[in-house]
Ligand binder design. Structure first.
Ligand code: FPP
Ligand code: MG
Length: 296
């Protein structure tokens, strides 16, 4: 990873960590119920923070001030953490390991994990709605955009398609549709939220949205590849889980080489979307390479 990107990620992760810490309920606030503790466990301490970093980088790319983007950055990480907590539950993927430690339902219990996920989802929307640094009209547009990318036309709809496709042969078009919704929508929305926070023109917002779409697809292709080529320790989650669940994945349908080629094609397309933007968009360019070249 280039030094510049490393420094950028460190600096932005610190801002995000502080904002998340401040927004999550205190551990003992709901004492004796462990809800607040489970929410903090699910969110804090690890994770690449890719989605909130994309919010901040999207804002910077259009010349915005990242202070304006912290509330939507918190929101997308809360949504992401909720989706991981629920995805790991016995009724879904039934996993024991996430972000290098016990999944939330193993560290607490199933009922608490379900409720922590529920509360993280509402906290996401509250984080945006409460943000007085943003005009009310901007908050509304953000809430609408986020709701769309998380609900039936987004992540949850994609998750439902994913479940329906398990144990069944699928074609690449069906797989892409699932992934665009399940993983791509939130990644794309993250960049768009940043553009909104930074007061982007319709043209640059459109460019960033297209960039986000390609990054979303590239991210999932690489995620599928890493499930095969990565190891449990560096991934922080169980490697080989896709094959164990007989999931349709890019490598399963197309082979490793073709999947890698597709990942690089999506990277090139993402970079092409940023051509009209200046050096303020360099972090987005570096992040696109990072998404494709990462090893966890
Ligand atoms: C890994 O992200 C996460 C994914 C590849 C997303 C998978 C999609 C879901 C879990 C959606 C599930 C939806 C519901 C409604 C249960 P990452 O590599 O960025 O993880 P990190 O934040 O831990 O680094
Ligand atoms: Mg899953």
């Amino acid at each position: 990873m280039p030094n510049e990107l490393e420094t950028y990620l460190k600096r932005h992760r610190e801002r995000i960590e502080t904002a998340l810490e401040a927004r999550l309920p205190a551990e003992d606030r709901l004492h004796p119920a462990p809800l607040g503790a489970a929410m903090r466990y699910a969110v804090l301490g690890s994770g690449k923070r890719l989605r909130p970093i994309l919010v901040l980088a999207g804002c910077e790319a259009v010349g915005g001030d990242i202070d304006q983007a912290l509330a939507p950055a918190v929101a997308v990480e809360c949504i992401h953490a909720y989706s991981l907590v629920h995805d790991d539950l016995p009724a879904l993927d039934n996993d024991d390991l996430r972000r290098g430690r016990a999944t939330t339902h193993r560290a607490f219990d199933e009922a608490t994990a379900i409720l922590a996920g529920d509360a993280l989802q509402t906290l996401a929307f509250q984080s945006i709605a409460d943000e007085e640094a943003l005009a009310e009209a901007v908050r509304l547009r953000m809430v609408r955009l986020l709701a769309r990318s998380v609900g039936t036309d987004g992540m949850v709809g994609g998750q439902a398609l994913d479940l329906a496709q398990e144990d069944r042969a699928s074609d690449v078009a069906a797989l892409q549709r699932t992934h665009r919704l399940k993983t791509g929508a939130l990644l794309q929305t993250s960049v768009e939220l940043g553009a909104l926070a930074g007061g982007a023109t319709p043209e640059s917002r459109e460019a960033l949205a297209s960039y986000g779409g390609h990054i979303g697809l590239a991210f999932q292709i690489v995620d599928d590849i890493l499930d095969i080529s990565g190891d449990t320790q560096s991934l922080g989650k169980t490697a080989g889980a896709d094959a164990a669940h007989h999931k349709a994945t890019y490598p399963a349908l197309l082979g490793m080489e073709e999947s890698q080629r597709m990942g690089r094609t999506e990277l090139d397309r993402a970079l092409a979307c940023l051509e009209s933007l200046g050096p303020e968009a360099d972090p987005l360019r570096d992040l696109a390479c990072y998404v494709v070249e990462r090893n966890h």
